[in-house]
Design a protein around this ligand. Structure first.
Ligand SMILES: Cc1cc2nc3c(=O)[nH]c(=O)nc-3n(C[C@H](O)[C@H](O)[C@H](O)COP(=O)(O)O)c2cc1C
Length: 167
């Protein structure tokens, strides 16, 4: 048990990324960390956290504005903490088959914050996702839930072990 406080913040439009953040938070808690999961919009001050995991969904090749703004608002404090970033996107198995590099805005945040790592997880687009484009994509067989809980949990355990090593 390290008892470190970890913030898991997410920028999500329709809940898929929120689900990934919840899984990360659960896993970190199983590992003995004090993990809090919050929407990125609600994060005003990261000073009470020892480490931060920040994720956002991808739309038209861009990272969630909510996640990006959170990174920008808190950059002075994030720079002095271990930070991990993630993206949730591909609605196919590509994220499972090979590493998908961060989109340019995320790569820029990695650099600015000195983030430890970035990972792209498969996303989710289902019949219940709002929006005409989403519905049309699903109708044409382009949808599905490609979030892989095992892969998400493995990454979260990896974060726990890095934090334990640093303790
Ligand atoms: C209109 C639209 C555009 C999308 N563009 C991308 C994209 O450029 N890259 C990507 O990997 N996924 C893309 N996706 C898939 C979403 O990123 C995926 O559904 C994600 O898990 C949604 O997360 P959220 O529910 O948290 O917003 C797109 C989905 C829609 C509906």
């Amino acid at each position: 048990m390290t008892g470190k406080r970890v913030l898991v913040a997410y920028g999500s439009k329709h809940g898929a990324t929120a689900g990934i953040a919840a899984e990360i938070g659960r896993t970190l808690r199983e590992d003995g960390l004090d993990a809090v999961v919050l929407p990125a919009d609600d994060v005003d001050d990261v000073r009470s956290f020892d480490a931060v995991v920040l994720g956002g969904s991808l739309y038209a090749g861009r990272w969630s504005g909510k996640a990006r703004h959170c990174a920008e608002r808190n950059q002075n404090y994030l720079r002095h903490r271990p930070v991990w970033l993630f993206s949730s996107g591909p609605v196919d198995s590509s994220a499972e088959r090979h590493e998908i590099p961060p989109v340019p805005a995320v790569a820029e945040q990695m650099e600015r914050l000195g983030a430890r790592e970035h990972v792209t997880f498969g996303g989710s687009l289902t019949a219940s996702t709002p929006g005409l484009l989403a519905k049309a994509l699903v109708r044409h067989g382009k949808g599905g839930d490609f979030r892989n809980p095992e892969r998400i949990r493995t990454w979260a355990h990896h974060i726990s072990s890095e934090l334990a090593e640093a303790a």
